[in-house]
Structures are given as C-alpha cells and as structure tokens.
Ligand binder design. Structure first.
Ligand code: B12
Ligand code: SF4
Length: 464
C-alpha cells in the first residue's frame, strides 16, 4: 500500500487560519492518513511552492475562496506537473463556481460541498490503488476517477460526529495568535492573543452581496443548513485550546453566532464557568434584544461585530436585501453600548450604483453612532451573488473577480476614482480600523474593563 500522505495547500495574506482545512486535518488523522500543511502566503513565490511540491508524494488537497482561485488557477497545471499524485480542490469557490474550476488541466477533482465524507471516500480508494467511482460531493475526471462525473452537493448533517478543528499545523499557532483575520489585529505591537473558533455553520439571512445566500440554496431546508456544535463538545475543545495556546480572547468567527437562542442558553453558562475568557462574535444588529445581550455580556461577551455595510437605508434595502432601518441600527448600537461592549462595524465602499452621497452617508453614520472600530472595505463582486449579477446585467461590471479588501472593483458606476477617493476618506476617519491608535485604545479599554471588574485581571496584567 502507498504511504498515506495528504498535503493541504491554501493561500493566505499572512497566516490566517483556513477553517475548512482545520476541520479536515483531525478527521484524516483519525482515519490513518498523514496530513501536512503548506500555507502559500504573500511572501511565498509560485516557484517555491512548485519546488516544495515536487518533493512531495501523495494527494494534494487545495482549499480556495474565490479570490484564492483567481490568484492560483494559472499555477495549477504547473503544480500538477511537478506533483506526484491527484489534485483535489475544495472550499467556497469550488462550491459556488465549480464549473469555473473543472476545465483547469491542473485539477483532478472538485469538492462540491462540505468535504468530510467525500474526501475520505476518495482517499480510501486512492491509497488502496483503486480508481474512485462517482459519489455525491465530488466532481471528478477520468484518471484517478473511473469516469468523468458530477456528483452533486453533499453536506454534514451533524457536526458532532466529526472531530473539532485542529490548529497545530497552522503557522499562526506556533507564533503569536495575532493574525490578520483577528478583529484586534493591530499594526502596532499591542494586540490580544485571540483565537478564532467556530460554533457552527450557516446563516439564515439572504444578503445580496454574500455567498452564504448561494450556498444556502444547495441545502434541502434552512434547518439543515443551520448547524451548531453541541455545547459540551465545543467547551471541551475550547478548554483544550485555552490550555495549549494561552488564549486571551476567543473570537467566534461564525457567520452569525447568536441565531439559536436555545443553544446560547445551554452554551454560555458552561462557557463562563469552564472557560471564563472574554469573547467576541458577530451579530445581526436587528436581531438582538436587551435580554439576549444582557445574557451574553453576563457570560463574557466583550466585543460585538455587526455588518452596517451601507449608511443609506434605501440602498441597504434595495440593493443589499438587508432590511434593517437606520432606527434599528441606532437602537442596536445604543443597546450594545449600554452594556459596555466594544462595537465594531464592517462597511463596504464602492458598491454598484452607489453615489458619492451614499458612500458619504456610510462614513458619517459610523461617526454619528460612535462606533468603536469601523472597518471600511472596498466592495468585491463575489461570484453568483445577486449584487454582482445585477451589476453585470446593467453593464456596469465587466467581469466577476474577487480581490483583496482594499482593491477597488472595476465598476463603471460608481467610477473607480470616486470610490478610491471615498475609501481614502473612510480609512482615515478617527475610528478607522487602520489607525493604530484606534486598535490600541480599544485593546486598552478591553483590558481596563476586565481589570476594573476583577474579571481576569491577572491574565491581562501578564500580557500588558
Ligand atoms: C470564518 C470566515 C473567514 C475567516 C477564515 C477564512 C477561511 N479561509 O477559513 C477570515 C476572517 C480569515 C476570513 C477572511 C476572508 N473571507 Co471569509 N468568511 C468566513 C465565514 C464567516 C465562515 C467560513 C467557514 O469557516 N466555514 C466553516 C468551514 C468549516 O467551512 P468551509 O470553509 O466551507 O470548509 C468545508 C468545505 O468547503 C470543504 N473544503 C474546504 N476546503 C477544502 C479543500 C478540499 C481539498 C476539500 C476536499 C474540501 C474542502 O470541507 C470543509 C469542511 O466541511 C464565511 C461564510 C459567510 N457566510 O460569511 C466567510 C467567507 C468564506 N469569506 C469570504 C471572503 C470573501 C473573505 C475574504 C477573501 C475577504 C477579502 N475580500 O479579503 C478574506 C480572505 C482571507 C483568507 N486568506 O482566507 C467569502 C468567500 C466567498 C467566495 N466566493 O470565496 C465568504 C463566503 C463570505 C461572503 N461574503 O460571501 N473569512
Ligand atoms: S447576515 Fe452575514 S453571513 Fe448572513 S447572508 Fe448576510 S452577510 Fe452573509
């Protein structure tokens, strides 16, 4: 039998964790495979990756968001030539736009949904020297597969039957837990050791700019899509992380941490009793209540992130399908502030059909609400999203191509120069996330709240 080597490859700005891979690694270990990880960060060249892979043997498993696919698709035929074994692609681009990937000569198979069972099935055949027959969850090409086929969507029904994510192989873990995907990533040295974790998968909303809306349609029902990890199992794993990585704050990176109230009621008392660390999470500002926020704050919630996205109520409703009024946003932020929480808002600048006025309103609304940290990103056309499709249909966008947060999309309306000008104004406002002093001030605020209340005072005096 061949050696059961499985090499994961993913692109990153710096050292962000790839959750898809983090969940697959322990599963493959459990079934006797030998996984390793290559993080293709911005410092690493294509030649370095190819040279490294030319020395490897086994199965190459690549995880890519759309942006990563656009960056790496040209390298794949070269990678395939250098690498001794099959190349399978999974992740959001594979799920949202598999037809984009299939013709690439560097690809043998595509994972069309969650990867757990489909990849085990493929590996089992490959390492026993057999060609893999068609199965749900994968699209494959004749060669390593018995025939060309398109297997349809597969998803995890119960997250509890698979191992929880494992982070040991990620470069971040061996360093400082200070990653760019961390809301307290500071351009200065003062940062908090924050570990991103997930408590479930799925989001019930259908925003026009988000690929969640597309992924949801692949599921038989909304309830099947919204999945949570059993509180006891999650606590067990968080406790292990806390011990092993010296975590100071847990950041729940779920699309929407708080959608299931019953789950929150079960999870949070356990969390504060057994983990006892401050945490941050994402909420929908129109789906919070006094009661829920008080409960979450009582059990350690310190930082809340919500998507404001546009400061223009009409634009928000008409183009983003985000039916939240200005009044609801204001009430929501007041509520969070009353509970002494640090409030972060994410915003997009330069969306299709925006005007100087709508962009200005977004910037001003963040100031008026006195948001603690405002994130301003350039809008990116994500494939198959309604907003990108609308822009294509109206002829104001030529192609769908995702890039990094700060790169302005090639839109005719609003024109690029205007978006760049507005983005500059936005990222220089007094509460902008790109200002070192803003992050530092909020980190101090977080530390002081802890110390004042005596909650975890020792923890923060250690890291100060
Ligand atoms: C957590 C999260 C992050 C985290 C971690 C991202 C990561 N790479 O894991 C951080 C904060 C770093 C992040 C950053 C960004 N994100 Co983000 N993020 C999410 C979020 C909220 C949850 C994703 C998640 O972890 N799901 C749980 C995991 C377990 O599921 P999964 O990744 O799908 O993995 C499963 C399968 O896909 C499959 N699989 C995955 N890889 C592979 C590989 C193989 C070989 C196989 C067989 C299977 C397989 O198996 C896995 C287990 O079942 C989503 C979703 C949302 N609705 O908002 C957005 C989302 C993924 N992000 C998105 C974007 C655009 C970004 C950015 C590119 C933003 C930007 N413009 O820079 C950056 C990219 C940074 C980076 N280098 O990854 C988009 C992606 C859209 C797309 N078409 O690609 C999403 C969908 C949000 C949206 N707006 O639509 N993000
Ligand atoms: S609430 Fe967030 S994750 Fe859900 S559809 Fe809207 S943008 Fe996407």
């Amino acid at each position: 039998m061949k050696e059961k080597n499985v090499i994961f490859l993913y692109k990153a700005l710096r050292d962000e964790i790839n959750f898809g891979i983090a969940f697959l690694i322990p599963l493959l270990k459990k079934y006797g495979y030998n996984p390793s990880l290559i993080c293709w960060d911005n410092e690493t060249t294509e030649e370095e990756i190819i040279s490294r892979l030319s020395r490897e043997k086994g199965v190459l498993l690549i995880s890519a968001l759309s942006q990563h696919w656009y960056e790496m698709s040209g390298s794949l035929p070269k990678i395939k030539e250098a690498f001794d074994g099959p190349v399978i692609i999974g992740g959001w681009h594979a799920i949202i736009s598999p037809e984009d990937i299939y013709p690439n000569a560097g690809v043998d198979g595509i994972c069309l949904g969650d990867g757990e069972e489909p990849i085990l099935y493929f590996l089992d055949h490959y390492f026993y020297g057999k060609k893999c027959p068609p199965i749900p969850g994968l699209a494959g090409k004749k060669g390593y597969f018995t025939e060309d086929f398109w297997g349809g969507h597969w998803y995890v029904r119960d997250l509890n039957i698979y191992p929880y994510a494992e982070y040991d192989m990620f470069p971040l873990i061996t360093q400082n837990l200070i990653e760019k995907g961390n809301p307290f990533y500071s351009p200065g040295n003062l940062s908090i050791r924050t570990l991103s974790v997930l408590s479930g998968r799925g989001c019930p909303f259908r925003c026009n700019y988000c690929n969640n809306t597309c992924r949801m349609q692949l599921f038989p029902s909304l309830t099947r899509y919204l999945r949570k990890i059993d509180p006891e199992i999650l606590i067990f794993n968080l406790a292990k992380f806390k011990r092993e990585y010296d975590v100071e704050v847990f950041h729940f990176n779920d699309e929407l941490f708080d959608f299931n109230r019953k789950w929150l009621n079960d999870f949070l008392p356990l969390y504060s009793r057994k983990i006892g660390l401050p945490f941050s999470c994402t909420v929908r500002i129109d789906h919070i209540s006094e009661d829920k926020i008080a409960f979450m704050a009582k059990h350690g919630l310190k930082i809340v992130i919500f998507g404001l996205e546009s400061g223009d109520e009409n634009y928000r409703k008409k183009y983003l399908n985000k039916k939240i009024t200005d009044e609801q946003i204001k009430r929501g932020v007041d509520l969070l502030k009353r509970h002494d929480l640090i409030v972060l808002a994410t915003n997009m600048i330069g969306m299709p059909f925006e005007t100087e006025e709508t962009m200005r309103k977004t910037i001003e609304m963040n100031q008026e609400l006195d948001i603690d940290i405002s994130y301003f990103f350039a809008w990116q056309p994500l494939p198959k999203t309604k907003l990108a499709e609308m822009a294509l249909k109206e002829g104001i966008l030529e192609e769908v191509k995702v890039d990094y947060y700060y790169k302005v999309a090639n839109l005719k309306e609003p024109p690029r120069e205007l978006v760049e000008k507005m983005l500059q104004i936005a990222i220089n406002v007094p509460n902008s996330f790109l200002r070192k002093e803003v992050i530092d001030r909020n980190i101090e605020k977080l530390k002081q709240t802890q110390t004042k209340k005596g909650f975890l005072a020792s923890l923060f005096s250690k890291s100060a």
